[in-house]
Design a protein around this ligand. Sequence first.
Ligand code: TYD
Length: 134
Amino acid sequence: MSLIKTIELPEFGDGRGDLVSIEECRNIPFAIKRVYCLYNLGSHPRGMHAHRNLIQLAFCVHGSCRFVLDDGNKRESVVLSRPTEGLLIGNLVWREMHDFSDDCVIMVLASEHYDESDYIRDYENFLEASVEVK
Ligand code: TYD
């Protein structure tokens, strides 16, 4: 089964431009407690961590970037470049973001408030945690 699960959101476009709509528990599968954005990105990769208990949906609302997901067994990569395509990232999935276009803006919807103790920032610790739950 692929690690890459995307959700396509409805787009409403007409001669005036386009609009994308996100409704918690309707077209995304969790209640949103937090929204954050990444912008002014350069050549440094972002992410490089997993979460113990957090569901996130990531959109590249402008420009493009590449997400790498890793569940401890396999690594898969996907390029996001449309504001209507959300990448679902579950708990205990190592994520990395790479290859940002100059105009890249990433928006992330999160199921929990910010909690540094929920992060696993060391890859070896992540592998140990992912083995424990299997
Ligand atoms: P981090 O999650 O490490 O960034 P990324 O995974 O995108 O590379 O967060 C960078 C900094 O921002 C870190 O000091 C924690 C802080 N931060 C918050 O305070 N609240 C948040 O919701 C997020 C995502 C980060």
